[in-house]
Design a protein around this ligand. Structure first.
Ligand code: CTP
Length: 403
């Protein structure tokens, strides 16, 4: 459908599922904001949700009757979950309780909202809302991970004061934030990379010493995963060559799992041969043990030295065989940052390099934030401290200008 770029929700059919959480009161504002953006909203509530916000409120705001039961007990009229799923351009469950998330992963179909979810062919997003311990519970985290792996968009809850009086993560994202995520989902921009294929390397490599020990580094993979996710969101085919990380596969991304630098070299060079570009975010070991012991090394009273040999430089190899493809590198430095990054930009034939300094607070390995400078042959752009997700948006925006 033709959409107005500045109003990506105009005319969209949003199925708003409301479950039984105190955060259901925020669904009223959410519905209003969606309507204001021009969306059509059909509300489906669970029976418990009615205790938190009245159907009358939601019907008035959405200007449509609310659906709760499989059929109307008065006249027997059937509420078809199949046609609801077909009608919707997107199903948004907000708030989504721990109970509903668990039922979604288990395929339980004991209310209209869940049967609609099971038969929906459209994208589905959930905005979890619960107490901090319920949110942190391994079952909830496992369910969210599973939903994410199956392409359900998770709108992360915020931290703050909870209805229980406790402080922590579990508070449903604010309606404005949810609407912003829906707009991003529908915006024309996200499909701007359709037909392009990118390789992204991410995470830490593992260099075995013997069957139980290895050399590695602190990379969490978050930055590379955020870039892969954003490229896919804008329609690109993405091959994510991933070293060790604890992260789930981002929606729409093909992941190739590797361990050592040598394995990453093989997988990346192969994928690059049929790609339009690569983003090299992995922390690749520069050295690997000369020999890998086939049996566990036993200790002795003497000190031990392990002889190391150089690994192949994946980025430099791609840079030599670029043939007009895009190549983006990363540099993590502790001193003379820009000089080192510029040297790598030239040496590895990158189109631009993303520099982060370990001297900057909030930048670098494990955290969710980063502070980077994008450097190309024409100059540099220093960005303020922001989430790795936002850094990924800037990187992919710059990639688009170079295509
Ligand atoms: N890189 C790679 N293959 C390697 C080593 C690094 O693809 N074997 C990539 C990284 O993914 C990153 C860039 O090259 O994009 C980093 O450059 P590099 O000079 O290797 O950084 P460091 O390993 O930190 O180098 P140095 O130790 O010299 O600072």
């Amino acid at each position: 459908m033709a959409t107005n770029a500045s109003r990506p929700l105009e005319g969209r059919h949003i199925l708003l599922g409301i479950t039984g959480s105190i955060a259901a009161y925020k669904a009223a504002m959410l519905c209003r904001l969606l309507k204001r953006e021009g969306a059509e909203v059909q509300v489906v509530m669970t029976a418990l949700a009615k205790q938190f916000i009245t159907p009358l409120t939601m019907a008035t705001l959405s200007r449509r009757p609310i659906l709760v039961e499989f059929f109307d007990p008065e006249n027997g009229q059937w509420n078809s979950h199949v046609s609801l799923g077909e009608w919707a351009d997107l199903m948004l469950i907000a708030p989504a309780t721990a109970n509903t998330l668990a039922k979604m992963t288990a395929g339980v179909a004991d209310n209209l909202l869940l049967t609609t979810y099971l038969s929906a062919r459209c994208p589905v997003m959930v905005a979890p809302a619960m107490d901090l311990d319920m949110y942190a519970h391994y079952t909830t985290q496992r369910n969210l991970k599973e939903l994410r792996e199956h392409g359900v968009g998770i709108i992360e809850p915020g931290s703050g004061e909870l209805a229980s009086g406790l402080e922590g993560k579990g508070r449903m994202a604010e309606p404005e934030e949810i609407v912003a995520q829906l707009k991003a989902h529908f915006s024309e921009k996200k499909k701007s990379l359709t037909g392009k294929h990118f390789v992204v390397t991410a995470g830490a490599t593992i260099e075995p010493i013997d069957p139980v020990r290895f050399l590695s580094n602190h990379s969490s993979g978050k930055m590379g995963y955020a870039v892969a996710e954003e490229l896919a969101r804008r329609g690109a085919r993405v091959t994510l060559v991933s070293g060790r990380t604890a992260l789930p596969v981002p929606a729409g991304v093909e992941r190739v799992d590797v361990l050592s630098a040598a394995e990453m070299y093989e997988a990346t060079t192969q994928a690059f041969s049929e790609a339009d570009g690569a983003v090299m975010a992995a922390a690749v070991a520069d050295y690997t043990p000369q020999t890998v012991a086939s049996e566990k090394l036993k200790k002795s009273d003497d000190d031990l030295s392990i002889a190391l040999k150089r690994t192949q430089d994946i980025a430099a190899t791609l840079g030599r065989n670029k043939a007009g493809k895009l190549l983006i590198g990363f540099a993590m430095e502790t001193n003379d940052e820009e000089a080192h990054a510029e040297e790598k930009l030239t040496k590895k034939n990158f189109d631009f390099i993303v520099l982060n300094s370990l001297r900057d607070e909030g930048a670098g390995f494990r955290g969710d934030t980063n502070k980077v400078t994008l450097i190309d042959r024409n100059g540099k752009e220093s960005l303020p401290l922001m989430s790795k997700h936002e850094v990924a948006l800037h990187i992919v925006d710059k990639i688009e200008t170079l295509l």
